[in-house]
Design a binder for this molecule. Structure first.
Ligand SMILES: [Zn+2]
Length: 481
């Protein structure tokens, strides 16, 4: 009897569903991958930190997450996140973000940033080598602890000697060796940086095959110093050095000339330059009131007045007296800047070259709501963006931007076998941002599950306690051959 039963049992196993058991199976969701165009009902099997199998047949898993009726997509890759504290990461997880990178300004010390996050991070993370922080440190006025940008002063306004430019280059080279994913340049915050200094930093980026991420020098329609001139400067630096260039927050840097600035990016790309850009879906910007952005003449330059500036905690609009007191203070207080009407923001977000990045800071709703807002406003309400195009802007495009800096980025932003198991599972009918200017820390709703490196960090809409699966994304530090 036994000898008859045993072969039958083996036969049944071989003929039935795959006997393989995955660590986690995401069951029956609408699986979408912006690179291959896959858009269908599938089971996704995860093993360890990778996506092992995507199947039309049911998969067996030690743990099964029910995704029926939900969208299963690559976790969002945010190229532009300033605050990296635990509470911010929880908000970003509920917004669908699995990787949060500080690339515009960059952490003042790459090694320290990586140390602080090792084994303690909900999300994948990384930073650029910070041109502004290294520049002010070189000039003896280090960026204050906790400040996102250096305060305006001699170290931001003054020009460097040729010798100092060489030292700055070496300092940034060391930050790239430590794992910086590119060179972060906030030119609006270091107006003393000459064109020559900028080109030298681009040269370093080209040699190391990492991108330059830049907040361009100036904003507004007024010449000299217009948005168009500022975008032209960095495109020129990319052209003459061969560096890859990523222009941050085109919405706030281009303001009402954003469409014209996007045409410059299109033109540069059409001539073979590697130039990309990003935007966040809000009309107001935010920065430190004591930064060089508000150096004398800002009203005429930006086409704004005191009443366009707002204290986020209270909603108080500024007057001249109030502004001057705040601008002169050493306190790096963040203020809202009401720059753009909805029509400009919408045009920028919908442009096919524009990827989504949050520019997240704690007192602005973009910190908590950027990604859900794109899904609710553009995909569901306006129906101006297809779901697949929205996912592309939030996952695949930012991952590709990082691929010259690190091959690890080729496993991000994709829902494919072999990709990293960074996955967002959301309800397309309800996903929405809740954060507002008055209440910027309201978490988004509709993200049912979020997985980082195969670990569930959001379960049934709630952040899981005590898990720290986030890993560092670092450059490979190689030099061009
Ligand atoms: Zn910026």
């Amino acid at each position: 009897m036994v000898s008859l039963v045993l072969p039958l049992g083996l036969l049944l196993l071989a003929a039935g569903p795959s006997p393989e058991r995955y660590d986690v199976v995401i069951r029956g969701g609408r699986v979408m991958d912006p690179e291959t165009g896959l858009d269908g009902i599938r089971d996704v099997g995860l093993r360890g930190d990778r996506i092992a199998r995507i199947s039309s047949e049911p998969l067996a898993g030690t743990r099964v997450l029910d995704a029926r009726g939900l969208v299963v997509a690559p976790g969002f890759v945010d190229l532009h996140q300033h605050h990296h504290d635990a509470e911010t990461y929880r908000l970003k997880a509920k917004d669908g973000v699995t990787t949060a990178l500080d690339l515009e300004i960059g952490a003042p010390d790459v090694a320290r940033f990586l140390d602080e996050h090792r084994g303690r991070s909900l999300l994948n993370h990384g930073t650029s080598a910070s041109h502004p922080a290294r520049r002010v440190a070189l000039l003896g006025a280090p960026q204050p602890e906790g400040a996102l940008v250096p305060p305006a002063g001699p170290a931001t306004a003054g020009a460097l000697t040729a010798d100092q430019v060489r030292h700055l280059r070496d300092a940034l080279g060391a930050e790239l060796d430590a794992g910086g994913l590119g060179i972060g340049m906030g030119l609006a915050y270091t107006p003393g940086a000459t064109r020559g200094e900028v080109i030298e930093m681009f040269r370093l980026a080209a040699e190391r095959r990492v991108p330059v991420f830049t907040h361009v020098r100036s904003t507004g329609p007024k010449e000299p110093g217009s948005s168009i001139e500022s975008v032209s400067e960095v495109i020129g630096a990319a052209a003459v050095t061969g560096a890859s260039l990523h222009i941050v927050h085109m919405n706030s840097s281009g303001a009402k000339d954003s469409p014209a600035c996007l045409a410059l990016v299109e033109g540069a790309r059409a001539r073979g330059l590697d130039v990309t850009t990003e935007a966040y879906p809000y009309g107001a910007g935010m920065t430190a009131v004591n930064s060089a952005v508000f150096d004398p003449g800002w009203q005429e330059k930006l086409g704004l007045d005191y009443a366009d500036l707002e204290l986020p905690e209270t909603g108080e609009r500024l007057t001249r007296e109030r502004f001057e007191a705040l601008h002169a203070s050493p306190d790096p207080r963040l203020i809202l800047i009401h720059t753009n009407p909805d029509a400009i923001v919408d045009a920028v977000i919908l442009h096919p070259l524009v990827m989504v990045a949050s520019d997240g800071v704690r007192l602005h709703p973009r910190n908590a709501g950027t990604y859900a807002r794109v899904l609710s406003r553009y995909v569901r309400s306006q129906q101006s963006l297809t779901l697949m195009d929205a996912l592309r802007k939030m996952s695949l495009m930012p991952a590709r931007r990082l691929e010259t800096a690190t091959a690890a980025a080729r496993r991000k932003g994709r829902l494919q076998e072999g990709a990293d198991a960074d996955v967002v599972v959301f309800d397309p009918a309800t996903v929405a941002d809740r954060a507002t200017y008055r209440s910027p820390a309201e978490p988004s709703v509709g993200v049912r599950f979020l997985l980082v490196s195969g670990t569930v960090v959001v379960e049934e809409g709630r952040v899981v306690e005590g898990v720290f699966p986030g890993r560092a994304l670092v450059s490979e530090g190689r030099s061009a051959p």
